[in-house]
Design a protein around this ligand. Sequence first.
Ligand SMILES: [Zn+2]
Ligand SMILES: [Zn+2]
Ligand SMILES: [Zn+2]
Length: 445
Amino acid sequence: MIKRLNRHDYDRWASQIRHTGGCRQPIHLRGKVEHYDRATGALLHRYTTRHEPDGVLRVPCKTRRASRCPACAETYRADTYQLIRAGLIGGKGVPDTVTTHPTLFLTLTAPSFGTVHARREHGGKVQPCHARRNAETCPHGRVKSCTERHSKDDPRLGEPLCPDCYDYTGSVLFNALAPLLWKRFADSLRRALAKAGGLTLKDLPRHLRLSFAKVAEYQRRGVVHFHAVIRLDGPDGPTTPPPAWATTDTLPAAIQHAAKAVSATAPTHEGQPARILRWGTQLDIRPITLNGDLTEQAVAGYIAKYATKAAECVGTLDRRIHSTDTLDAFNLRDHARRLITTCLRLGALPELAELRLTDWAHMLGFRGHFSTRSRRYSTTLGELRAARERFVHTEEVTHGRLPLFEEDTVLVISEWEYAGKGHSLGDALLAAALTGTQLGGPHDL
Ligand SMILES: [Zn+2]
Ligand SMILES: [Zn+2]
Ligand SMILES: [Zn+2]
């Protein structure tokens, strides 16, 4: 730390760090950018990292995961928020007539894999977890009842009353098949809508487009739920109105039908029959209104929040587990550990190889994307980022750091190579102080 502070290029280093916005694990790049005049071939401007501190440029890691880098995850969250909101009320290239399109907020849940400790509230009062009079005892000698009123931060929340009765296999198979279930759900929903409009599935795209934005949320018990905004558009997306027959009343019925109709099958394994997995019976469908109890801000905030989280909130790891790792070293809670070991056990079976459960054990079997949108939902994260970069470019030109060129008269040649990641311990302390961010755990250093 003292060495860094005393270096002649400390100010430049500090400026790089401020530009990363407090990124906890910046990427180090080595390289150059040269601007040439297309007509004369003259070199107009050259930037090289050779004169930068340590000969590298530090840029933000851009992760979406708050557990890895809170600063970059915050940028991702804010972008996701803007994007979801634009799809609900317009903006960022989406016309505001989109507010007239039938739009719902949907939650698809996982089924039960055994009773877990839960916090229930009724009329503002916390209720007993699972109070059963004369409760039976399970084959493992545990009483199938819990009369405790759990606090919000009780680590037992989401954990089974009896881990030996809990269906760990079902839980990880559900996570593994959830992306397929979603795909089948969307297909079935399109079929149901086509039927409602008296059309064939093939004809549907010429009349109606199903637009959605969805996010996966891990429940404390370690299974994924999907929350989604579902919107009905005309054939060209949000710029065209949906057909008159596609109303706010058509959509819930079609969703209910589709959610019940679909299933995914896990192949036979370990002498067990093939297993059919479906959505849980809890299906929540709510209208999104500008001034009702579920506003567009609430929905956008909700989806954006979960987009930066992963399974680590269940107490598992936020990185892949390698064959050389010993799980004991990670200090996992019993439930997370059982879910992970179930993934590793099933992942070793050739019958289930396709589910790649070993690779995704740290995600408790889920290998889908956390946050996805259909093509025409609204703008994209890429466009939002490009808009921000254009803004930064204009700023740099006005502040004299970059000469102002006519874009098409200039040839830009850039060469970059990856030169590392993160901070030394001393740099991490200084960076945290400079950007007012929190220091990560020892694994970040
Ligand atoms: Zn970062
Ligand atoms: Zn309990
Ligand atoms: Zn039991």
